[in-house]
Design a protein around this ligand. Structure first.
Ligand SMILES: Cc1cc2nc3c(=O)[nH]c(=O)nc-3n(C[C@H](O)[C@H](O)[C@H](O)COP(=O)(O)O)c2cc1C
Length: 257
């Protein structure tokens, strides 16, 4: 049991990989553990596209806010929220006809469940990979450029990217430098939402700010705060603008086709 906790507490994202494939046996164990993830109603409301084509990987690297490590990762998995396969099954099996009720098109609730399924499976993959000595990193930018991604991978109305993971053996085996986390009392709230404001946020993210100050990565010549950092680098960035545009199209496609 403590081994599992140790694994969870020492995992970190890996962005630089050895130039070798993941061993066949390890890949098969990784897939097995991924699929053991809990899934709503045991319907496996997700699919995983394993991107093997180098050109596609390189294109993804560009589309996902120019992150060349995607092209260099031996394994790239796109986790799709997938209701399409069940829509097809319901219709093609005659289940809809036999029910003698009009077909209910999947809505945002279905979409949410599919996204949960896909992301839970992805996190199983992250943990299993760690146990196998394989590094991984989520790529949030997979939800940008939806129309291009949709055409590139032949996505249908009820399939949308939930998240993406890249995997590979970590390059260099130096000591693990962990990123800071918020203290538990700033995340866990008793019996209701307690809205964090300035003072609570300063305390919650004090370690993050300290680390950024030490590495001189805060804005305004390192005199800025963590709020300045994330506001400028993330919240008001071009990639967040694109992510929001793209996600809107994704949701509209699901609802309207
Ligand atoms: C939803 C999500 C999206 C992420 N997207 C990216 C990404 O596009 N590029 C990247 O280098 N890291 C990405 N990460 C990794 C985070 O930056 C990383 O988890 C965080 O900085 C904490 O570091 P750690 O995982 O090493 O503890 C993402 C993580 C999550 C959960």
């Amino acid at each position: 049991m403590h081994e599992t906790l140790e694994l969870l507490n020492t995992r970190r994202s890996v962005r630089s990989f050895e130039e070798r494939d993941i061993e066949k046996e390890a890949l098969s164990l990784l897939k097995e553990a991924t699929l053991r993830a809990p899934t709503a109603g045991n319907m496996a409301l997700y699919s995983i596209i394993e991107v093997q084509d180098q050109e596609k990987k390189d294109t993804l690297a560009k589309l996902c806010d120019n992150q060349p490590m995607i092209g260099k990762a031996p394994v790239v998995w796109i986790f799709l929220a997938d209701m399409q396969k069940w829509v097809n099954y319901f219709q093609e099996s005659g289940a809809v006809q036999r029910s003698q009720t009009p077909f209910r098109e999947p809505g945002l609730g279905d979409m949410h469940l599919c996204l949960q399924d896909a992301i839970i499976a992805a996190q199983n993959a992250v943990v299993a990979a760690e146990a196998l000595g394989i590094g991984s990193c989520y790529i949030g930018d997979i939800i940008e450029n939806f129309e291009i991604i949709r055409d590139m991978f032949g996505l249908k109305q009820y399939t949308i990217p939930a998240c993406m993971l890249i995997f590979g053996y970590p390059k260099g085996k130096g000591p693990v430098k962990l990123t800071p986390r918020c203290p538990d009392e700033s995340i866990f709230m008793k019996d209701g939402y307690q809205e964090p404001h300035l003072e609570e946020m300063k305390i919650a993210y004090a370690l993050h700010e300290e680390q950024r100050r030490a590495t001189k990565s805060l804005p305004y010549e390192n005199t800025g705060t963590l709020a300045d950092y994330y506001y400028l680098r993330k919240h008001s960035s071009a990639f967040m603008e694109e992510m929001n545009r793209s996600a809107k199209v994704m949701f509209e496609t699901w609802k309207k086709g």
